[in-house]
Design a protein around this ligand. Structure first.
Ligand code: NAD
Length: 296
């Protein structure tokens, strides 16, 4: 028999993920603090409950997809851990601070449960299509059970290590992504000023040593990569506010580990500024416009 799943946090990501589990035949107890989200889930055929505590009661797995680590820790402390039956598997899929993730996992284990962190990449499109990538921090003995559930929401599951390893991998990847996008944007702006056509510079970078996802897939100038957000006035894609959030988590991890990563810190500050100055909903590649006009 399939495990019963308590699913909390049915926002942009959580709802389509829960829908995919529902379609795969899982019995779900869905909950969100926002009534409209609960209603959307009910309309999709998901059984919903009236409180977060109920969502964790008499289930085998509790999945959380919350905005931040504070939401996760508060819910764990206030009602989730005490409502769940012993040995429930807590599968935390939000993107949160590595230290908070480890704290949440310790709380779960201390309360007699099992725990894993499984943040995702792939965005709303990937959540809807069931093609997310999960970065998994989990104990080896839980892997099979976890994979059996995650495979209905994603197409790639990378086991990165024990508690917190999934969040750690995600924060490192996104720090590099933020840095590389700023680098790509600076290269294209410099190219413009040196009289280079976008296509000519793209043709070189995409087959030379500067090659990276920020150029070949999410190219910050319109033209060379027709599907990149630059071709639709920088509609996301991956919104600058989310990049600013993830780089904030990177900055926190840098501080925690006393790591001297100057570009990561600078990328965090630049994306925070870009997002706060009216570009929260712009694709993160739109930072090229702020670089071009010198407003960063
Ligand atoms: P969202 O704000 O749309 O959804 C979060 C939901 O959690 C909201 O509906 C909110 O009401 C609900 N919530 C908060 N506290 C709750 C509680 N105690 N009980 C029940 N529900 C609660 O955010 P999202 O875009 O779905 O992102 C969720 C997480 O996934 C974030 O951590 C984000 O960083 C990460 N993420 C998002 C994307 C993306 O493209 N949106 C991509 C990868 C990862």
């Amino acid at each position: 028999v399939k495990p019963v799943i308590g699913f909390l946090g049915m926002g942009h990501m959580g709802l389509p993920m829960a829908i995919n589990l529902h379609k795969a035949g899982y019995r779900i107890k869905g909950f969100d603090v926002v009534p409209a989200a609960v209603q959307a889930a009910a309309e999709a055929g998901i059984a919903t409950v009236a409180t977060g505590a109920e969502a964790a009661t008499d289930v085998d797995i509790v999945i959380t997809m919350f905005p931040s680590g504070k939401h996760v820790l508060d819910a764990y402390r206030e009602y989730l851990l005490e409502s769940a039956k012993p040995n429930t598997l807590f599968l935390e899929c939000s993107t949160i601070d590595v230290a908070q993730a480890r704290e949440a996992e310790q709380l779960a284990v201390d309360a007699g449960h099992r725990s894993a962190d499984a943040p995702v990449s792939g965005g709303v499109v990937g959540a809807e299509a069931g093609t997310l990538t999960f970065m998994l921090g989990a104990q080896s003995e839980d892997l099979e059970e976890i994979t059996g559930v995650l495979e209905h929401m994603g197409k790639r599951i990378v086991h990165c290590g024990g508690y917190g390893a999934g969040q750690a991998a995600k924060v490192c990847n996104n720090m590099l992504l933020g840095i590389s996008m700023i680098g790509a944007a600076e290269a294209f702006v410099l190219g413009e000023r040196l009289g280079l056509e976008h296509q000519a510079l793209f043709d070189v970078i995409s087959s030379a040593s500067g090659q990276c996802w920020s150029v070949t897939t999410n190219c910050p100038v319109p033209g060379p990569v027709p599907a990149s957000p630059a071709n639709r006035d920088y509609q996301p894609g991956f919104a600058a506010a989310l990049m600013a959030k993830d780089l904030g988590l990177a900055a926190s991890a840098l501080e925690h580990t006393t790591t001297d990563a100057q570009l990561g810190s600078l990328a965090a500050a630049l994306y925070r500024k870009f997002s706060d100055e009216g570009n929260a909903g712009t694709d993160f590649s739109g930072i090229i416009n702020a670089i071009r006009d010198g407003s960063l």
